[in-house]
Design a protein around this ligand. Structure first.
Ligand SMILES: Cc1cc2nc3c(=O)[nH]c(=O)nc-3n(C[C@H](O)[C@H](O)[C@H](O)COP(=O)(O)OP(=O)(O)OC[C@H]3O[C@@H](n4cnc5c(N)ncnc54)[C@H](O)[C@@H]3O)c2cc1C
Length: 542
């Protein structure tokens, strides 16, 4: 949709574009960001209850996606105005009071240590663990880009933080918690470059004056963003073909010659001047699997496509579930990190951010609160059934998630979340239970994770086959973490490739590198000169 949008706006500047979007799903556009109607929940003419694949967070450091959102009309303004600021991030703990992340700009390593020590006092962390963690973060902050790519890309965040040799609290709070909290970075596999850079962006967002860390939509995602977007695109002439899945394609004379698609049982070939694949990595790999059996095998023509095959398994499960409540329980004005829950839960109490028109007009009209959670660790035993999430039935998952959240929120003798306040719940339908009804779940839409050493394998948006482009979250971007911002940035890069290909005079889409504060520039500059001489990072200016 980002490609369609940016390209449609550039039609007529020396090149006209006729744009068609092909989506595998029968009804809903928006990919993993879409809202999911809770089946059979609509009563008396109201809308269905709004489920979701996972709640949506728009960190302050995003620039590309908000820039596009500002050009999607909604009521009198744009959908960007539907983003609201959440001003807190609460680290909830099972059986202990929560930690609320503070906001102060660290100018030195000792500032950073002091801030973290204040935040994480009385948490079971051993002496020196906070300063060790702060030093590691400081190292990334003051390292030059070349070192991050050449060295930190090949080290996992887990290893860099020496997680195996520290306390359980250190692993839960500082290693797992902070990296999984808002963007799904699995620290065991993800690189220091990705997690370090992302944490820095989140941290800077938290502490930069007047700059929000955390923003979210003021209503269900599809209603306040995706649906108005589709309407706007259709108004610009973009045509959507739903229930139409790409299967395979071939290359002839150095160009993509057509894409075979299927709608229901009907197979056909779509031919166009150019093709942009905006598929998740594992789906693109499956298209390539089919394509490479053809005599006009595209993988033979383009080594970057072979890279996609090499990273196709770099995915992790992250799935959402919602608890619909009779009475709203805001908990905190922002995201919740249930730091020591075995299933690495995160959450947000959404109704406080939504405008009043939504919930009373959904379901049977009695829901007033939505607690939306994401499950990020599917391989640890839970507290109710002692089973891994992926070995639970859908009902067991619901009971287990509720129990882990209650254990984290109902502390100090208070009961914030009671069983009798739950109207109903909804678990991501992407989790498909084995037909025998038991233990085998599969996740139909996993999330790409920047495993170590994946950068060089990941393709750029513009490929050697020039009329074939990529626009997904796994593509090489400045953003460099699988999220909506990266997908949007990749789309802009693809559109710029198309403008070149067709000789358009339109202005290219803007791209923004990640912002790194000037205050650390001398450190990075110094480290650059050490790196150029083959010397290790030393964190000093001299
Ligand atoms: C639980 C969860 C929570 C998340 N929360 C956030 C968040 O808060 N903030 C954030 O920035 N990011 C978040 N993300 C990440 C974000 O959702 C993804 O990075 C982003 O959606 C990627 O966009 P995409 O267009 O590359 O792929 P997708 O969103 O996966 O879209 C791909 C589209 O292609 C379609 N498709 C698949 N195969 C075919 C085919 N063969 N033919 C035609 N169509 C096909 C799919 O149906 C889908 O519509 C979250 C992810 C998860 C899993």
């Amino acid at each position: 949709m980002s490609v369609a949008h940016e390209l449609a706006e550039r039609s007529g500047y020396g090149a006209d574009f006729e744009i068609h979007v092909f989506e595998k799903r029968p009804l809903q556009v928006g990919g993993k960001a879409r809202s999911i109607n809770v089946p059979h929940s609509a009563k008396d003419g109201r809308d269905p209850l709004p489920g979701e694949h996972g709640f949506r967070f728009f960190p302050g450091f995003y620039r590309h996606l908000p820039d596009t959102m500002a050009r999607i009309p909604s009521h009198d303004g744009s959908v960007l105005e539907n983003l609201v600021v959440a001003d807190r991030l609460e680290v909830a703990r099972m059986g202990a009071p929560p930690i609320v992340i503070s906001a102060r700009f660290p100018k030195t390593l000792s500032d950073l240590v002091t801030d973290f020590e204040a935040m994480f006092s009385d948490t079971g962390l051993h002496h020196g663990e906070v300063s060790f963690f702060a030093e590691r973060l400081w190292q990334v902050l003051t390292s030059c880009q070349d070192r991050r790519l050449a060295q930190y890309e090949g080290i996992t965040w887990w290893e860099f933080l020496d997680a195996d040799n520290h306390s359980e609290a250190y692993r839960n709070l500082l290693v797992n918690g902070l990296s999984r909290s808002l963007l799904a970075n699995d620290p065991v596999h993800a690189s220091v470059r990705t997690v370090g850079d992302t944490n820095i962006q989140l941290l800077l967002g938290m502490v930069a004056p007047g700059h929000p860390t955390d923003r979210l939509l003021d209503g269900p995602t599809s209603k306040v963003w995706i649906d108005p977007w589709r309407t706007h695109l259709e108004g610009m002439g973009v045509r959507f073909h739903m229930d139409c899945a790409a299967l395979q394609f071939g290359i002839a004379d150095g160009k993509c010659s057509g894409v075979d698609v299927v709608t229901g049982q009907t197979h056909s070939t779509v031919t166009a001047d150019a093709y942009v694949f905006a598929l998740p990595v594992e789906r693109m790999a499956s298209v390539l699997d089919h394509s490479q059996k053809r005599p006009d095998n595209p993988l033979a023509a383009d080594p970057q496509l072979q890279g996609i095959m090499a990273v196709r398994d770099n995915v992790a499960w992250m799935n959402g579930m919602q608890f619909f409540l009779y009475a709203d329980v805001p908990i905190t004005h922002g995201h919740l990190l249930f730091a020591d829950t075995p299933w690495a839960l995160t959450g947000i109490s959404e109704a406080q951010f939504w405008s009043d028109e939504h919930l009373p007009n959904c379901g049977d009209g009695t829901v007033r609160g939505v607690l939306s959670a994401c499950i990020s660790d599917w391989d640890k035993a839970g507290i109710l059934f002692g089973k891994k999430a992926k070995h639970c039935s859908r009902q067991e998952i619901a009971a287990e998630v509720w129990a882990q959240i209650q254990a984290s929120v109902n502390v100090d003798g208070k009961t914030l979340l009671s069983d009798d306040n739950v109207h109903s719940h909804f678990l991501d339908p992407d989790l498909v239970q084995h037909p025998d009804g038991t233990v085998h779940l599969t996740d139909a839409e996993p999330l790409f994770v920047n495993f170590i050493d994946s950068w060089a394998l990941r393709p750029t948006a513009v490929l050697a086959t020039r009329n074939l482009l990529l626009a997904s979250d796994y593509v090489q971007t400045y953003t460099d973490v699988a999220c909506m911002e990266a997908a949007n940035e990749a789309a802009r890069r693809a559109v710029n490739g198309l403008l070149d290909l067709f000789g358009s005079d339109a202005d290219p889409c803007e791209l923004w590198p990640l912002h790194e504060p000037l205050i650390f520039a001398p450190f990075r500059h110094h480290d650059q000169s050490r790196f150029d001489q083959g010397l290790p990072w030393n964190g000093h200016l001299l």
